[in-house]
Design a protein around this ligand. Structure first.
Ligand code: IDP
Ligand code: MG
Length: 151
């Protein structure tokens, strides 16, 4: 078992399009553990910090506007190699390049409407979880099915 955590968010388009349950379902079925979840209207300040690495990109203003356009489902998922594997479940940033079977490959077309976010490293996961969640919003528990998931 591993206590590695990642920040996964369903973006406003994913929420509006009714994709909350299919996206959560993929992480649940894989065997990962949900340890934090909330539906929230993110502030501009939070989003600018969340995407600080991209602030010089030409699409940055549009990205912030997109993320402000409706509620975001913010989540923390935990398990072995969850940061890297979470990105695999999401698929490539550009949904047209994302392979079928991935979330973006199955549910999206435009890069600016790619329905979900996932941390790209353990370090950025820590930063993002700290930005979006308070310590008291992360839950600790052991699912009884874990002996059937981990060797
Ligand atoms: P990631 O979400 O796969 O980690 P990043 O490069 O970190 O991809 O970009 C963050 C988000 O910015 C993307 O998920 C996407 O919504 C948006 N984005 C990235 N590149 C473009 C672009 O060329 N045009 C419009 N939006 C983009
Ligand atoms: Mg990224």
């Amino acid at each position: 078992m591993s206590s590695e955590q990642t920040f996964i968010a369903i973006k406003p388009d994913g929420v509006q399009r009714g994709l909350i349950s299919p996206i959560i379902s993929r992480f649940e079925k894989k065997g990962y553990k949900l340890v934090g979840i909330k539906l929230t209207n993110a502030s501009e300040e939070l989003l600018k910090e969340h995407y600080a690495d991209l602030q010089t990109k030409p699409f940055f203003p549009g990205l912030v506007k997109y993320m402000l356009s409706g509620p975001v489902l913010a989540m923390v998922w935990e398990g072995k190699d969850v940061v890297k594997t979470g990105r695999v479940l999401l698929g490539a940033t550009n949904p047209l390049a994302a392979v079928p079977g991935t979330i973006r490959g199955d549910f999206a077309i435009d890069v600016g409407r790619n329905v979900c976010h996932g941390s790209d490293s353990v370090e950025s996961a820590k930063k993002e979880i700290g930005l979006w969640f308070g310590k008291d919003e992360i839950v600790s528990y052991t699912p009884t099915i874990f002996k059937w998931i981990y060797e």
